[in-house]
Design a protein around this ligand. Structure first.
Ligand SMILES: Nc1ncnc2c1ncn2[C@@H]1O[C@H](COP(=O)(O)OP(=O)(O)OP(=O)(O)O)[C@@H](O)[C@H]1O
Ligand SMILES: [Mg+2]
Length: 367
């Protein structure tokens, strides 16, 4: 099946081939938002539009008269483009697929299509179009679908996890007076606070198909970060990671749901620890945490020198259930992303394989 769009391209190309191409048609083919190559019945390029020779970074005159084999061995064609052309050729000519999609070296998505037909008299029309915007819409729809599914799954997960948590909470409360006598009441306080946080996370799962309204309170950024570091320091030490909390310049206050925001920062610190341990067992990693004011916003950063991420991982980072870990759920960042967005903020990330990753959470400051 060829689309209406391809049909109009075929019509223009046919007109061109039958010698009827006037200035208007030539203009249409030249200025269309796709790259076009027309191969004749012998497989020789008879027409290339501006978009296409621009994409290939070649001169038009060096393309017309070439075959696909000539094109693939073109001395000025860069190796990424050669590889993409070769894959498109393989998928469409050998495997007979009408379309082929690929991601280029800059992370942009492209769709290549090949059209021919009886009316084309053996000619082939090869079109290339950037589809990054459509991909973004597709990914958002996929993400929303997953969130809806998550809503259903979470009901049964919550039921299974909440019951043992309630039992643990009850027993800790019974043990609390004894711990108090031993001067270890702080341990009981931490266990209870963590159980409450786990319960809140379950609640968050249950609510994840509906956007939950944050229970907003005021907190200083420095207190928030200190508390998150306190909760993860011992785990970090055991995993051979050092956490370095940068002193903050000036007092900055934010109006957030403290539990939710703590969950976001803990998710990121845990990911950083895991990225460091995944790099190698005896590697000493460092996690840098800090914040700085940027106009009316605060930028909280969490960076690590762990294993880093490739472009495919970066692309799917915030999709629910996306994980590269054997025991991961792939929910940490998708939930964090939603929490930060609910607070009017955003998360950005930069990463390099084998060098590390930096997450930046931007949130509006209380003026
Ligand atoms: N700091 C980081 N360094 C390298 N990769 C990371 C980092 N943070 C996240 N990732 C990648 O992103 C993926 C998704 O992270 P996310 O926190 O959403 O889920 P997870 O950690 O796999 O599982 P969990 O739900 O248990 O947190 C991870 O599996 C990992 O591949
Ligand atoms: Mg995680």
């Amino acid at each position: 099946m060829i689309s209406q769009y391809q049909e109009s391209l075929l019509l223009s190309a046919r007109t061109f081939q039958s010698g009827l191409l006037d200035a208007t048609y030539e203009d249409v083919l030249e200025n269309i938002d796709s790259g076009i190559i027309l191969f004749d019945e012998l497989g020789v390029i008879s027409f290339v539009n501006k978009q296409m020779y621009g994409m290939l970074e070649l001169q038009r005159h060096s393309l017309v008269g070439c075959t696909m084999a000539h094109l693939l061995s073109h001395i000025q064609l860069n190796r990424f483009k050669k590889r993409q052309l070769l894959s498109s050729y393989r998928e469409m000519i050998y495997k007979g697929k009408p379309n082929y999609e690929f991601v280029d070296e800059f992370g942009r998505y492209w769709r290549v299509s090949l059209s021919s037909g009886e009316t084309m008299k053996g000619y082939y029309l090869f079109t290339v179009k950037e589809i990054s915007d459509y991909k973004l819409i597709e990914q958002t729809a996929y993400q929303n679908d997953n969130l809806a599914m998550l809503g259903k799954l979470s009901a049964s997960i919550a039921h299974e996890i909440r019951n043992p948590l309630t039992a643990i909470r009850g027993f800790i409360q019974l043990l609390r007076p004894h711990l108090h006598q031993l001067g270890k009441d702080e341990y009981a306080r931490i266990i209870l606070a963590e159980i409450d946080r786990a319960n809140d996370i379950i609640h968050e799962f249950l609510m994840s198909s509906k956007p939950s309204v944050p229970q907003v309170g005021m907190i200083s950024v420095s207190a928030l970060l200190k508390e998150a570091v306190l909760l993860t320091e011992s785990e970090a030490l055991m995993k051979g990671c050092q956490i370095h909390l940068h002193p903050l310049q000036g007092d900055m206050a934010i109006s957030v749901d403290v539990k939710q925001m703590k969950q976001v920062i803990l998710n990121m610190i845990r990911n950083a620890m895991e990225a460091i341990t995944e790099r190698s067992d005896d590697y000493t990693g460092t996690i840098e945490i800090g914040a700085r004011r940027e106009g009316a916003e605060v930028r909280i950063f969490i960076s690590d020198n762990g294993k880093g991420m490739d472009i495919c991982t970066l692309d799917r980072l915030f999709s629910p259930f996306f994980t590269t870990k054997e025991n991961g759920t792939g929910l940490g960042l998708s939930v964090s992303d939603r929490i930060v967005k609910n607070h009017g903020g955003c998360i950005s990330v930069s990463s390099r394989v084998n060098e590390g990753t930096r997450f930046v959470i931007s949130l509006p400051l209380i003026q």
